[in-house]
Design a protein around this ligand. Structure first.
Ligand code: MN
Length: 478
């Protein structure tokens, strides 16, 4: 009997290579500005980054520090000794005929993120930006990007599926942003992901294919998934996998062959004789590099300190301004248990409003609502002074009006009525108007109580305290 292989017989192996443009004042080896927002082409250039003969590069220390920070954050080993190498190749976007990169002595070796081992993190320079005309008649080159400091991070081939690759890349982006070393916007090309994908049925690794130009996390995942399926299909039909570089075609939702892969000896790497070697462990300013709170540390702290839902925590992790608004509100909240309530209102109600309306948001203010006032509002709802409905009404007004939450609550009589005598009259009226439902309740249908309380709330324009209303209903209907 012939046994056909299935998809699940194949084990995918994925490694990532991620480049990120570093945020620095000047370029990697010269004084030209590092300004990714410059619209005018070829203005941030000088003889050094244009590769004119006779010029000498100098090392940007800020960029070196950025890589050290990344290495420390990822628990990698920062090298005692490091140097820069020339990676030789010819292409219009590389004016010197080589890229200054690192080969034998990267600044960082090892490390780990989201359970994925990191091989190395090194520093190099970006290339110029080529713009190909639609009809393939000419190519324009903008050298503003040439020489911008670039991080290259390489993972071990230990990733086993597309989702894991996407999650790794997302967490790395977050980490770079927390460290303040890169904006790492994928749409802007500030962070670029390449994936090496192979599949194999036995312990031996398959032939790896490199997929380039993946400019969103979704595309990273889609391209890897597609590539795994394609390779399995090729092998199943008796073909061999060609070691090559492929790109992603968004229209066809498929990868396509670009060129056969060159190997590292094609680049004739050798140490750049124009640059000094660095004994990092002997240079004080490279030793005292401080880290900020990292995404996973913040997750841990929020979990412990505030005991809020993971989902809420993720909203704050991805939106540090919202997170600091939340934290400054928390400092004004009376009862620890009300913190969850506060978080709920921020992540569902306020974020809901922010989806359709734009407000300035800072660590202490969203629109006209400041964090302390928001905390007051939550305190009032927690103690039952106002209802949850009332809070929501006040919230939407407080974002646009220069009044305190308390003033708005008074103005719209949103303080809950807890006066039993007063509420009793309301309940009697509701009972008189709903005799059939009252009978249902008498006959044991507990569910209709909600409806009756709702009628009571309506009669008080939302101001009745629902707990007290329910209590009176139960007392009066017997
Ligand atoms: Mn590179």
């Amino acid at each position: 009997m012939i046994r056909y292989s299935t998809m699940s017989d194949y084990k995918p192996t994925i490694g990532l290579e991620i480049h990120a443009e570093l945020k620095t004042r000047t370029k990697m080896f010269c004084n030209s500005a590092n300004d990714p927002n410059e619209r005018e082409p070829n203005v941030n250039i000088c003889p050094v980054c244009m590769g004119h003969p006779g010029t000498l590069p100098t090392i940007n220390k800020e960029a070196v520090k950025h890589i050290i920070k990344i290495g420390k954050a990822l628990h990698g080993t920062v090298a005692d000794f490091t140097e820069f190498d020339r990676k030789n190749y010819f292409y219009p976007d590389i004016p010197k005929g080589y890229q200054i990169s690192q080969y034998k002595y990267p600044i960082v070796s090892g490390g780990e993120l989201k359970g994925v081992n990191i091989t190395r993190v090194h520093l190099e320079e970006d290339t110029a930006r080529s713009m190909h005309d639609e009809n393939d008649e000419y190519t324009l080159v903008d050298f503003n990007r040439a020489g911008i400091p670039l991080m290259e991070l390489v993972t071990e081939p230990v990733i086993t599926n597309a989702k894991q690759a996407g999650d790794f890349a997302r967490e790395l982006q977050l980490t770079l942003r927390y460290l303040g070393v890169s904006d790492a916007n994928m749409e802007k090309g500030e962070m670029r992901v390449e994936a090496n994908v192979s599949v194999s049925k036995n312990i031996e690794k398959g032939i790896k294919v490199e997929i380039k130009n993946l400019n969103s996390f979704k595309i990273v995942e889609k391209a890897i998934e597609y590539e795994i399926k394609r390779q399995i299909k090729e092998l199943e039909s008796g073909c061999v996998i060609v070691q090559e570089t492929r790109g992603w075609n968004e229209k066809k939702q498929a990868t396509f062959s670009q060129r056969e892969k060159e190997s590292s000896h094609d680049y004739r790497y050798f140490p750049d004789p124009d640059l000094p070697k660095l004994n990092l462990s002997k240079i004080e300013e490279f030793q005292n590099v401080e880290l900020t709170e990292l995404p996973w540390e913040k997750r841990e702290r929020y979990k412990k300190e505030f005991k809020i839902k993971d989902e809420d925590i993720e909203s704050y992790i991805y939106d540090p301004t919202l997170a600091s608004f939340f934290e400054s509100a928390v400092s004004h909240i009376d009862n620890k248990d009300a913190i969850k309530l506060a978080s709920n209102y921020i992540t569902s109600d306020i974020l809901g409003i922010l989806k359709t309306q734009t407000y300035d948001i800072s660590y202490e203010k969203i629109g006209m609502l400041d964090a302390k006032d928001f905390a007051d509002l939550v305190n009032m709802a927690y103690s039952g002074e106002i209802s949850s409905r009332g809070l929501k009404d006040i919230l939407s007004k407080a974002l646009t009006e220069a009044k305190t939450a308390r003033e708005i609550a008074e103005e719209h009589s949103l303080f809950q009525k807890s006066n039993e005598e007063e509420l009793k009259k309301v309940v009697e009226m509701v009972i008189a108007d709903n005799s059939k439902i009252v009978d249902d309740f008498k006959n044991g249908n507990e569910k209709v109580l909600q409806f009756l309380v709702g009628q009571g709330m309506k009669a008080t324009h939302g101001a009745g305290n629902p707990k007290i209303l329910a209590k009176i209903f139960k007392e009066l209907i017997k």
